[in-house]
Design a protein around this ligand. Structure first.
Ligand code: MSP
Length: 657
């Protein structure tokens, strides 16, 4: 029976605005899954979306749509992105899937019945973007220690999971099984910062969040999103259901690959839940590093993507899926962070794919077609030939060793060392000179045979990483696309096999020209205030229409803070005919505001008026007077102004939305 291999990515928040950093975990998992399939293993590769929680509930409410209406297009976009990048998962789990919801309920029921989940009152600080609770001591300057954003104090009745009870077993797990969490530095972090500091029980239900899985024993509570999300790793296999054949076959996971910021949930909470359920633990959790821009995590919320091209749709459209996959798999040292720049991306693609691999396969196929009708026979071998052969024959072991350590960059380095060696072999054997001398025909055949075999072996071993170009290479040497490991040693190709000339599979990019074109494109994109993809019904488009350019997103609109203010004093600004200086009360505070309405209102008329004020504009001085806001007016075509006022009585400080 084939060895099984169960690999998972984290399930993604349906946030939209996907960037190349989002693709990192999943492309690595896909390459690992493909590598294990190539080795003949029975692979199950899981990914999906994490759809419940306050964040989604709030975003949908802001747009006046249901959570489902909000997330469906975003999930479709994500699936589209995986299709574009040739990510071949076996299941895409949505936490709104019925079987998952039922499984989460079964998990809670089991933990409640065993006493590991109990009711108490919760009081703590909640970070909505991270969906995480913190104690006061854990906050950094009063903000979320993970992302630095505002937290809110929340007190409510909640169910708790007895996490504290599992601390000794977790410590023992890390002592006995150092391989469980990788890389090693993350183990130290978990053990020293969390486990040794002592664990407190975890609040695992909410009454204030409606968009979640209702607890079966108390449906006014919904499941804490992280328990909901982590459960996906077993719910996807039918854990606890009548249909649990996949669970029996594939659990436990061979690898949960996750970004380093979510290691805590996977390395502490998840094993504790499994211990409480009495289920086996995953074999390994790996916390990988991030793609950085300017030293910071590439992140949608930080909007730090500019001026680089980070949109996966655009990158695939311009350079192809293989180029994007290759960059992600080759460039970032596994386990560490790696800086992303468009220039680095282009240089890597040019040097490895266009120059080294592209040149080798197109030169080899062209020379065979030019000089022989089909693959020539291999004649007597020289020391140089044998050296190349030996290197090619040893390649699989090196690639496997690197992939066993999940190290795709190292595996690719080995493959490209052979590609480089073969290019050097061309320079050393000078086949273009051999072709001119009829007495060297047999030697020419031997050289080209060796090159064809190297191309083929490299293409087979590159299949997990480059999904498209490898098929073209194999096809041009008349090899079946599903050629497997049985053929990764020298001698598979037979003289007389049909060979087709390969066009350049990775055209060389003029880096300077491309950088200029990309900069222009990125500028245009940044200028576009396109509507949120999540609220659109249509499929994501790579290039936005003119109409979209003049639109802004709800998030952009949300940046403008509008409040009701009451004018409590007003005078004319000296030396100005247009300006009035108002003192405006906004809730508890008063602000100095200057507005260009002197032609339409007298200072006396202004006092006592309720106005709409923009309260988060940067303060400025107008005619030497400080202005800490802007009073909103309507203006007709002749330039006549009229104040906007609330239609009914409302206290100053009220928010305008
Ligand atoms: N929903 C949770 C995971 C729950 S799993 C039970 C979550 N989702 S996420 O959408 O924020 O992240 C999904 C994956 O994308 C994570 O592995 C995260 O580390 C990865 N990345 C997001 N930005 C990234 C970079 N800039 N660089 C590398 N990976 C990054 O967390």
């Amino acid at each position: 029976m084939a060895k099984k291999y169960y690999i998972t990515t984290p399930i993604y928040y349906p946030s939209g605005n996907w960037h190349i950093g989002h693709c990192y975990t999943t492309v690595i998992c896909d390459a690992l899954a493909r590598f294990h399939k190539l080795m003949g293993e029975d692979v199950f590769f899981l990914t999906g979306t994490d759809e419940h929680g306050q964040k989604v509930e709030k975003e949908a409410a802001k747009r006046g749509i249901t959570p489902r209406e909000f997330i469906d297009p975003l999930v479709a976009e994500l699936q589209d992105m995986w299709r574009l990048l040739d990510v071949g998962y076996d299941r895409f789990l949505r936490t709104t899937d019925e079987d998952h919801v039922k499984c989460v309920q079964r998990i809670y029921q089991k933990l409640y019945d065993s006493g590991d989940v109990y009711k108490a009152e919760y009081s703590g600080y909640y970070c909505t973007p991270c969906e995480s609770f913190w104690t006061e001591a854990q906050l950094k300057e009063g903000k979320c220690p993970d992302c630095g954003r505002e937290v809110t104090l929340q007190k409510e009745e909640s169910y708790f999971f007895r996490l504290s009870k599992y601390a000794p077993r977790l410590l023992k797990l890390y002592e006995d099984n150092p391989e469980f969490l990788q890389p090693k530095s993350r183990v130290n972090e978990m053990v020293n910062n969390f486990l040794k500091a002592g664990l407190t029980d975890l609040s695992v239900s909410r009454t204030t969040v409606k968009w979640g899985v209702p607890l079966p024993f108390d449906p006014k509570h919904t499941a804490y999103v992280w328990i909901d999300a982590l459960s996906n790793y077993i719910s996807a296999l039918g854990y606890g259901s009548e249909n649990d054949a996949l669970y029996k076959k594939y659990w436990s996971a061979d690898l949960h690959l996750v970004g380093k910021e979510i290691v805590r949930f996977h390395a502490i909470i998840w094993p504790a839940i499994l211990m409480a359920l009495g289920e086996p633990l995953p074999k390994q959790i790996y916390g990988h590093g991030w793609l950085l821009i300017g030293g910071e995590k590439l992140s949608k919320s930080k909007e730090n993507a500019r001026p680089e091209l980070t949109d996966p749709y655009e990158l695939v459209k311009r350079y192809g899926a293989d180029a994007v996959r290759y960059f992600l798999l080759r460039e970032i040292p596994f386990g560490s962070d790696g800086e992303y720049t468009t220039e680095r991306f282009l240089k890597r693609i040019n040097s490895d794919l266009a120059n080294d691999l592209g040149n080798l396969v197109s030169r080899t196929s062209a020379m065979i077609v030019q000089n022989f009708e089909s693959l020539p026979p291999c004649g007597e071998k020289t020391a140089l030939d044998l050296e190349l052969e030996e290197m090619a024959n040893g390649l699989f072991a090196k690639v496997k060793d690197a992939m066993d350590r999940l190290n795709a960059p190292e595996a690719l380095e080995h493959i490209f060392a052979l590609v480089g060696r073969a290019n050097k072999y061309i320079d050393e054997t000078t086949p273009w000179l051999l072709a001119k001398d009829p007495s060297e025909r047999e030697r020419l055949g031997t050289v080209l045979y060796h090159l064809a075999e190297v191309c083929r072996i490299c293409a087979v071993l590159l299949k997990p990483f480059l999904t498209r170009s490898t098929s073209l290479i194999l096809k041009s040497f008349s090899c079946p696309e599903d050629m497997g490991l049985e053929s990764v040693s020298f001698g598979y190709l037979q003289a007389g096999a049909r060979v087709e000339k390969l066009p350049p599979i990775f055209p060389r990019i003029d880096v300077a020209k491309e950088l200029a074109a990309v900069e222009k494109l990125v500028k245009e994109k940044n200028a576009q205030k396109s509507a949120p993809k999540g609220a659109q019904k249509s499929a994501p488009s790579v290039i936005s229409s003119e109409a979209e350019k003049s639109q802004i997103t709800i998030d952009e609109f949300g940046k403008v803070e509008l409040k009701i203010g009451e004018v409590i004093a007003c005078e004319k600004v000296k030396k100005s005919e247009k300006l009035l200086h108002e003192t405006v009360k906004v809730g508890e505070e008063t602000r100095s505001v200057v507005s260009g309405i002197a032609k339409f209102y007298t200072p006396e008329e202004m006092v006592g008026k309720k106005v709409v004020l923009v309260t988060n504009l940067k303060p400025a001085k107008l005619c030497g007077v400080l202005s800490e806001g802007m009073i909103l007016c309507a203006e007709d075509e002749e330039g006549n102004l009229t104040l906007l006022s609330p239609e009914k009585a409302i206290a100053s400080g009220a928010k305008v939305r």
